[in-house]
Ligand binder design. Structure first.
Ligand code: BES
Ligand code: MN
Ligand code: ZN
Length: 501
């Protein structure tokens, strides 16, 4: 789907889209169409349940006096309450609506802002962003899809005053969407296509955008002493990898300490010798979701030339049972020097992150370090699929992440860390074990474990097990890989680390 910006409506459109506020108050463009069409819009609203509430659409077919086969009235909600997310959701919902109705070319008429909430150009750009996010599809492996089930919408024109400025504002969103789409692609790919080496190759292609990409193979990691990460990968026929992606955009130069993002990249998690039940195991192809977010975020930052230094570190392994796989009760030594008793080989994400986190802080001395991981089923029990779990050793960092999440609609909820929980991961024979106290506080036990590998760095951990994959469509996130975390962290960077740069 192509998105274009224009000051005036195109000559030919299958659908013209206008907006109304709650209480059936037509916007300016809607009013003018209503006048040209003998009050068709007003009458259609009266004949329906359309009230102008958010996420409502009213389709009017073949309106008299209008040169389009349909007019769609889209609800904006209460006048004066229009926010960036309102427009993004409207744009996203609209794409779904137009695809259902079979339109190929549509034009949205964006009214001039009549309040101080959001300027007209930002309205147009946010609407376009939502439309773009919603149009994502992962269909490369479908060879027999019938034309009638394919999306019909090929061009969406956003019509607004100062469309040139709207287009310029959208460029930043386009870079962000490109990052989200890289994440969604990586997470959607099957595990026979994306495994440690191929993930690393895709990450390597970020060098086209000016990202410095370094790939560490097993020999290199062995030399560094990454026994925990390597232990997880040792049962797989695929070699493990650690990938470092650096974007240096700070005006202070390459020596300005970076923000660090670390991702769990288990390209398939069978559980290993502590094997998972077969029902639903296919979902474990997205156990590299954290790594996917880190790659997508670095792509977004580079794509929009963010004025910040950022480093992304992803630990890539496949967790398989085999004759070479690690056993429950194995003891491994990490790069930090600390030893771990592996009680359950299915608690592998923390083992991978232990070495990735330690390597990251030791190598880059970051000003802050944030990891993302599909780490625990327990976080899904606690928060469901609407919020990710947040852990942090710093209140300021936790607040910044929470605020960024609220602003972009990718929300987190903070859970505690503490000494008592930490004690639960002590081992009888090693420095720690990779399991807490039975099934109690599973997500916290995992976070406590990670905390032992962050040294004294300001750090946060986001458990995205419940949000990386969605079983239902929302306005801007089609079901499947969500890309949750890319928008959040892009916003976190923009709001807190670029202004002072
Ligand atoms: N990748 C899983 C966590 C997961 C579960 C992600 C469901 C997404 C959906 C992780 O490696 C895992 O297996 N965790 C175990 C930990 C347990 C053995 C302590 C879990 O959550 O059951
Ligand atoms: Mn596991
Ligand atoms: Zn896992």
């Amino acid at each position: 789907m192509k998105i274009t910006f224009s000051d005036s409506p195109p000559d030919k459109a299958d659908a013209i889209v206008v907006t109304a506020f709650a209480g059936r108050h037509l916007g300016a463009a809607a009013k003018s169409i209503d006048e040209k069409s003998d009050a068709t819009l007003t009458r259609a609203m009266r004949a329906s349940r359309f009230s102008g509430a958010k996420e409502q659409f009213l389709d009017i077919l073949m309106p008299a006096g209008i040169d389009a086969s349909r007019v769609v009235v889209a609800g904006l909600g209460k006048r004066g309450s229009v926010k960036a997310l309102t427009l993004q959701n409207l744009g996203g919902g609209l794409v779904a609506q137009l695809n259902r109705s079979g339109a190929a070319r549509a034009a949205v008429l964006v009214d001039e802002a009549d309040d101080d909430n959001l300027p007209t150009t930002a309205r147009a750009a946010n609407l376009a962003f939502g439309a773009c996010l919603s149009a994502y599809r992962f269909d490369k492996y479908r060879t027999k899809e019938k034309p009638e089930t394919k999306p019909t919408l090929s061009e969406l024109t956003i019509v607004s005053k100062s469309s040139g400025k709207a287009k310029a504002a959208f460029a930043r969103f386009q870079a962000l969407a490109d990052g989200v789409f890289l994440t969604r692609d990586l997470v959607s790919e099957p595990p026979n296509v994306i495994y440690p080496q191929t993930f690393a190759e895709r990450a390597k292609s970020l060098s086209d955008l000016g990202v410095d990409v370094e790939i560490l193979d097993e020999a290199k990691m062995r030399k560094l002493g990454m026994g925990a990460l390597l232990g997880v990968g040792q049962g797989s026929a695929r070699d493990s990898r650690l990938v470092v992606m650096r974007w240096n955009g700070s005006p202070k130069g390459a020596d300005d300490p970076p923000l660090a993002f670390v991702g769990k990249g288990v390209t398939f998690d069978t559980g290993g010798i502590s094997i998972k039940p077969s029902g639903g195991m296919e979902e474990m192809k997205w156990d590299m979701g954290g790594a996917g977010v880190v790659a997508g975020l670095i792509k977004s930052l580079a794509g929009r030339q963010a004025k910040v230094n950022a480093v992304g570190v992803v630990g890539l392994v496949e967790n398989m049972p085999s004759g070479t796989a690690q056993r429950p009760s194995d003891v491994v030594k990490t790069m930090s020097g600390q030893t771990i008793e592996v009680i359950n080989t299915d608690a592998e994400g923390r083992l991978v992150l232990a070495d990735a986190l330690w390597y990251c802080q030791a190598t880059f001395s970051p000003r802050a370090m944030i990891d993302l991981a599909t780490l625990t089923g327990a976080i899904i029990v606690a928060l469901g699929s609407y919020r990710a779990g947040l852990f942090a050793n710093d209140d300021g960092l936790a607040k910044k992440i929470t605020a960024a999440g609220d602003a972009v609609g990718e929300q987190v909820w903070r859970l505690p860390l503490g000494e008592r929980y930490d004690k639960d991961i002590n081992s009888q024979i090693a420095d720690m074990k990779n399991l807490g106290k039975n099934r109690e506080a599973g997500s916290i036990a995992a976070a406590q474990f990670l905390q032992r590998f962050v040294n004294d760095v300001t750090w946060a951990h986001i458990d995205i097990a419940g949000v990386a994959w969605s079983k239902q469509d929302t306005a801007t996130v089609p079901k499947g890989a969500t890309g949750f975390g890319v928008r959040l962290l892009d916003r976190f960077v923009a709001d807190n680390y670029e202004a002072d740069a």
